[in-house]
Design a protein around this ligand. Structure first.
Ligand code: NAD
Length: 272
């Protein structure tokens, strides 16, 4: 587990420790080095010392088992290198860290595909969010106008969230022209918009879907997809109220990555 002392990492350590057919073999973090991760998290000893030596852990794991998995919930600054190293050691990455650029994902896809090492990158491990995206795809068949609001705790590094970007990207794959210009009533010209504060209309993602990011203490991870049509709106909303929501998806991802050869992006790709 890389990022073992982070908010998500701690939950993953707990979840893996409670899963009978899984064994935590390494905990990589930047502090409390040498302490037993189980003791630190109040789980009792797990016999796993916290270390900052990821390469050493990957080497040991690759020698010990052909079914090694590295779970990464760290920071977009470091996740790319972690995944690259894991693939080089033949250890399968399950990546929850968001903020990797599309170019980085493509480079990792190339590495994983060439070496045949399974790799799963999922911007959201919550089943409710996968369902929200599926419902959004359904609704988009009937609505041309849509915007996304994502709300997260104020320690989140990337904006917009990886999930919001993925939602927009999946809607974009429908090939529709979203948010066509609105005509001024009674005229042939479009309504002229003027942003009085730059960014007020959000960031415009590839498929012309605005994404608005809110960062506040007290929030965890939330997303609304709002569709608008003549005389009606449809709001789809998902709220993560506890990080435990992500754990069934992470555990499933760990199982599924063992069956993959190459890189898969998105938990929905491995849900059966
Ligand atoms: P966090 O800041 O609480 O934890 C990150 C941890 O990683 C910190 O303890 C930090 O010290 C550690 N870290 C950073 N770089 C490291 C390195 N090079 N080596 C070892 N440890 C390192 O953040 P968090 O809330 O746990 O989120 C982590 C990532 O997961 C973020 O990118 C977040 O957006 C993402 N996230 C994804 C999902 C999902 O479902 N995919 C859900 C929640 C959060």
């Amino acid at each position: 587990m890389v990022g073992a002392l982070g908010k998500m990492g701690r939950e993953v350590v707990r979840a893996v420790a409670q899963t009978p057919d899984m064994k935590l073999v390494g905990a990589v973090a930047r502090s409390q080095l040498g302490s037993d991760i189980g003791e630190v998290l109040g789980l009792g000893s797990l016999g796993v010392e916290i270390t900052d030596d990821l390469s050493g852990q990957l080497l040991r794991l690759s020698q010990r088992s052909s079914r090694g998995v590295m779970v990464d919930f760290t920071h977009p600054r470091s996740a790319f290198e972690h995944v690259r190293s894991a693939i080089a050691f033949g250890v399968r990455p399950v990546v929850g860290t968001t903020g990797l650029t599309p170019e980085q994902v493509e480079r990792l896809r190339d590495l994983a595909d060439k070496s045949g090492v399974g790799c799963l990158i999922a911007p959201n491990f919550a089943i409710g969010m996968i369902l929200l995206q599926q419902m959004a795809l359904q609704a988009a068949q009937y609505f041309d106008h849509v915007e996304i609001i994502e709300l997260h705790h104020n320690r989140k590094a990337d904006a917009p969230s990886g999930t919001a970007l993925q939602t927009a990207q999946r809607l974009g794959q429908l090939g529709k022209a979203f948010n066509p210009p609105v005509r001024d009533s009674g005229t042939e010209s479009s309504v002229e918009e003027k942003e009085l504060i730059p960014g007020a209309r959000g960031g415009i993602s590839g498929p012309n879907i605005p994404i608005h990011s809110v960062r506040l203490p007290g929030l965890i991870a939330h997303q609304e997809v709002i569709f608008g049509g003549m005389g009606q709106t449809l709001t789809l909303r998902h709220d993560t109220t506890d990080r435990i929501a992500f754990m069934p998806g992470v555990i499933l991802g760990i199982r599924k990555v063992l069956q993959l050869q190459g890189l898969v992006y998105g938990l929905e790709q491995v849900l059966s």
